[in-house]
Ligand binder design. Sequence first.
Ligand SMILES: C[S@@+](CC[C@H](N)C(=O)[O-])C[C@H]1O[C@@H](n2cnc3c(N)ncnc32)[C@H](O)[C@@H]1O
Length: 293
Amino acid sequence: MRELSLNDLPKHSPWPGRLLGGDDWDDQPGHGGVGVEAYDEVYANLLAMARENPDADFRDIQQSANHYAEESPVAVSRAEDLFLVDVDEKQELQDEATVASLAGLLDGGETVVSLGCGWGYELGVLAEAYPDCEFVGGDPAESGVALGRELFGDHDRIRVGEFDFRDDEWTLLEEALEASESDDEEGKSDDVVLFTQGSLTALPSVRDVVTETLAKYADRVKAGVHLEHVRELHPEETLLGLLRRRYTDTRNYNDDLLASLQTAAGIEIATATYDVVGGNPLHPLSEIRWEPV
Ligand SMILES: C[S@@+](CC[C@H](N)C(=O)[O-])C[C@H]1O[C@@H](n2cnc3c(N)ncnc32)[C@H](O)[C@@H]1O
């Protein structure tokens, strides 16, 4: 892990050039963000790879995808510092952030429901780190759900299903809550943790999703944890912060996650930690934890 100066970032990332107008990025596909269809296409390729290599486990699939997408060294961020790492080390840093986001919250017996889990790589990482908990993940990309089922179908603590934030009812979460309530003598569901990682990002605004749908379930969950790209935390007074703001705006990603959680009924934000890891240094993941009130 070598330190990287912001000045040298353009040597290792196309984004400064794209954002500041040197590249003809405006006309390229994906300029305005990445939709479910694009994810579905990527996951379909990984599904084909998994079917051709039946001995490959979830880590093998992710590693192949990472090496196909990028060459070492790659730029990453942590707490507003930039580094160069190799592709596998970048994945380790991201896995550490995923596991750490739930540290201290899980005593054993909880069910973590990951909304927008892609094909479920994070479910595999978390299930290894928390062997006494169960993990349910959902995504609208059909190939992602199919790949998750292919890789984790035999796993007794992981389940993957269909899910879309835009639905009025979140059946995947509702089922986990009902299972928890039926196991509890008093009919309470205090062992379900609502989790998202890089999936709310995909929506241009999360206000209605958070204040109208997510908030409906808040008093039935133990906690909420979001490892997401939070535009509101990007400083306005640093060059890195301004580049990050421009990145979010150019890609049409949401800019209202923190404000939506702050105004949602029944939710109290416990912690918000900026830039826990940035696999793309201009688009880092921050960690938000909330509790029902
Ligand atoms: C950057 S990927 C993150 C996947 C996974 N959580 C991870 O960290 O690797 C974004 C995911 O959000 C999903 N997504 C996009 N729109 C969504 C929606 N309306 N509801 C739920 N998930 C959505 C995509 O299909 C994709 O799998």
